[in-house]
Write a protein that binds this ligand. Structure first.
Ligand code: 3PG
Length: 401
């Protein structure tokens, strides 16, 4: 179901579910990629003369009002980007929202306060979620669901609301699926996937699903230490998920059987502590505890030899998917691995996809432009779960899966 399937939206109150969950530092948006990605659908609705009611989550405030997660700065940024006034309602389904929506004229826009200030949005109890969705439904005549980054969540505005109002997917969801389908259906070889980020357990499902499909799997980020531990190496005070070591060993064996290369770092950057002012040393991956810092050493980035080797594999690939930074890129001394991998992706002649809130923010914060990559996905968990072959509630309910 596309926006066109909803018929004329002129004068209709259209609830638009975006994912405006952007990174904030001291109240400032550090990466507005998700706001920009919402513009095509927003412009299409405004052009039609719809009365646009934008809803989104921001952070994980757990059902309680928490001013640090207010969407107000995001509404202000949206207004700058769309170059139109954007009203802001200080609640989601209360008096402020009702009044703001009633005041909309054709082509007007209002952003309602963070959905997750309401416990019903994320409740695991179907009835509680539905009750909240019913309150939301009173504010609209139709729903356009376009928060790709959140389609893997069975939440009131993503899932339940779609069964209460005539609903359709927006232009961002359509564009994201177009690219991700190319990664799942006959990707051109060599196909390389780079996984980083801190949590192995979040990525295990996708590793299992991808192994039979890819030619090379490059492992960086905090999760690399669990892989090194699975090979019997000591990892000092680095991030380690002990309960995942056995599963990782299974994947290493499976990769060997399938003839897939799992490429692990040969060197790492080991620091005295977590901080931009830490002392650090570059050391072979099997000698993490042999630095000045001994067993207290903390691996915070892949080393330069590894970054170079990863870059060569990436440049020689026709299809590349990257999720998760290679190191603690927010701290200058530990950003090189992520920078080198990002630079290699910009040289890929085939399809290069950067997936995930963190990796997308990383490339922009490190100074790369969106148009240097084939596609920057707005979905982290969502794109990974899609590649895992999972059914995503927010897509299924719209008939898109
Ligand atoms: C994301 O940042 O991946 C999405 O906005 C979903 O957020 P969540 O993981 O808090 O549900």
């Amino acid at each position: 179901r596309t926006i066109d399937s909803l018929g004329s939206l002129t004068g209709k109150r259209v609830i638009v579910r975006f994912d405006l969950n952007v990174p904030l530092k001291n109240g400032q948006i550090t990466d507005d990629g998700r706001v920009r990605a919402s513009l095509p659908t927003l412009n299409a609705l405004v052009t039609q003369g719809a009365r646009v009611v934008i809803v989104s989550h921001l952070g994980r405030p757990d059902g309680a009002v928490d001013p640090q997660y207010s969407l107000r700065p995001v509404a202000a940024r949206l207004s700058e980007l769309v170059n139109l006034p954007v009203a802001f309602a200080t609640d989601t389904v209360g008096d402020a929202a009702t009044r703001s929506v009633a005041a909309l004229q054709n082509g007007d826009i209002v952003v309602l306060e963070n959905l997750r200030f309401n416990a019903g949005e994320t409740s695991k109890a179907d009835a509680e979620r539905l009750a909240f969705a019913e309150k939301l439904a009173l504010l609209g005549d139709a729903l356009v669901s376009d928060g790709f980054g959140v389609v893997h969540r069975k939440q009131a505005s993503v899932f339940d609301l779609a069964s209460l109002l005539p609903s359709a997917a927006g232009l961002l969801i359509a564009a994201e699926l177009d690219v991700l389908d190319r990664l799942t259906e006959k990707p051109e070889a060599p196909y390389t996937v780079i996984l980083g980020g801190s949590k192995v357990s979040d990525k295990l499902g996708v590793i299992g699903h991808l192994l039979p499909r890819v030619n090379s799997l490059l492992i960086g980020g905090g999760m690399l230490f669990t892989f090194l531990a699975a090979q019997g190496h000591k990892v000092g005070a680095s991030l380690l998920e002990i309960d995942q070591i056995e599963t990782v060993r299974g994947y290493l064996a499976e990769a060997k059987r399938l003839g897939v290369k799992i490429v692990l770092p040969t060197d790492v950057v080991v620091a005295s502590k977590f901080g931009a002012d830490a002392e650090y040393e570059i050391t072979p991956a099997d000698g993490i505890e042999n630095t000045l810092f001994g067993a207290a050493g903390l691996g915070l980035d892949i080393g330069p030899d590894t970054a170079k080797a990863f870059a060569e594999i990436i440049r020689a690939s026709q299809t590349v998917f990257w999720n998760g930074p290679m190191g603690v890129f927010e701290l200058a001394p530990f950003a090189e691995g992520t920078r080198t991998v990002a630079a290699a992706l910009t040289e890929v002649t085939g399809l290069s996809v950067v997936g995930g809130g963190d990796s997308a923010a990383a490339v922009r914060i490190l100074g790369f432009n969106d148009d240097q990559f084939g596609h920057i996905s707005t979905g982290g968990g969502a794109s990974l779960e899609f590649l895992e072959g999972k059914r995503l509630p927010g897509l299924e309910v719209l008939g898109w899966q």
